[in-house]
Ligand binder design. Structure first.
Ligand SMILES: [Zn+2]
Ligand SMILES: [Zn+2]
Ligand SMILES: [Zn+2]
Length: 219
């Protein structure tokens, strides 16, 4: 699995689709594997550093311990721990179940108690933004189609150390909502990427800090 992009790295096109690597998750299998890999990399480092090699059963015991102590672990270690646990409510991976699954809601809420450490050289809050966007992309059924689109497109930029200003983020969010309203929910649900052709949204992005937000090929 490829290592996480470093601060200042150039964006790389995804070999499997017309987007930057990481931005196609969860629908693009290549990007989905990259995003899962981010979380797994954190887990592997933690387990190796703390325990060395562990058989799968022992890893599950470690996962249970980590799940009880979000505040003592990096968010990637915490998310990977939940991935290894089965939810007693819905039977799925803990924390990824439907909104009405109580154990999943509790586990998901605990995600935000985990440690987020900004890498050197990034604007403060970059790691939190990475964490939130990864969480949304890995739990897509609980997000509106347009928010999922915005989160996944921004993820590659966050990973190389960018962070939109609050003003820019609000401008984008307002334009995105307007574009979503123009498109209408019935058209958006099956294909939110049709928003990438919205003239007003496209114009805003072209004039903003990240003109290549929508991908490697200009639209
Ligand atoms: Zn992709
Ligand atoms: Zn630990
Ligand atoms: Zn559940």
């Amino acid at each position: 699995m490829a290592a996480r992009p470093a601060v200042g790295d150039p964006l790389l096109p995804c070999p499997a689709g017309p987007h930057w690597a990481y931005a196609g998750a969860p629908a693009c299998p290549h990007c989905a594997a990259l995003v899962d890999g981010l979380v797994e990399e954190g887990w592997r480092e933690h387990v190796t550093a703390s325990f060395g090699d562990l058989p799968p059963d022992d890893e599950r015991d470690v996962a249970r311990m980590v799940a009880d102590e979000p505040h003592r672990h990096d968010w990637r270690v915490f998310d990977a721990a939940l991935d290894r646990l089965t939810c007693p409510g819905c039977g799925g991976r803990l924390g990824l179940g439907p909104l009405d699954c109580a154990p999943c809601e509790v586990a998901h809420g605990n995600r935000y108690a985990a440690i987020e450490t900004d890498r050197p050289g990034v604007p403060p809050g970059n790691e939190h933004a990475v964490r939130v966007n990864v969480s949304v992309v890995r739990r897509p059924h609980l997000t509106s189609p347009q928010e999922l689109l915005a989160r996944r497109l921004l993820l590659p930029l966050l990973l190389v150390g960018e962070l939109p200003s609050t003003a820019d983020a609000q401008r984008f969010s307002t334009a995105l909502k307007a574009a979503a309203a123009r498109a209408g929910a019935p058209a958006l649900a099956p294909d939110p990427s049709l928003l990438l052709a919205d003239p007003a949204l496209t114009a805003l992005v072209a004039a903003g800090p990240y003109p290549h937000l929508f991908g490697p090929t200009p639209r």
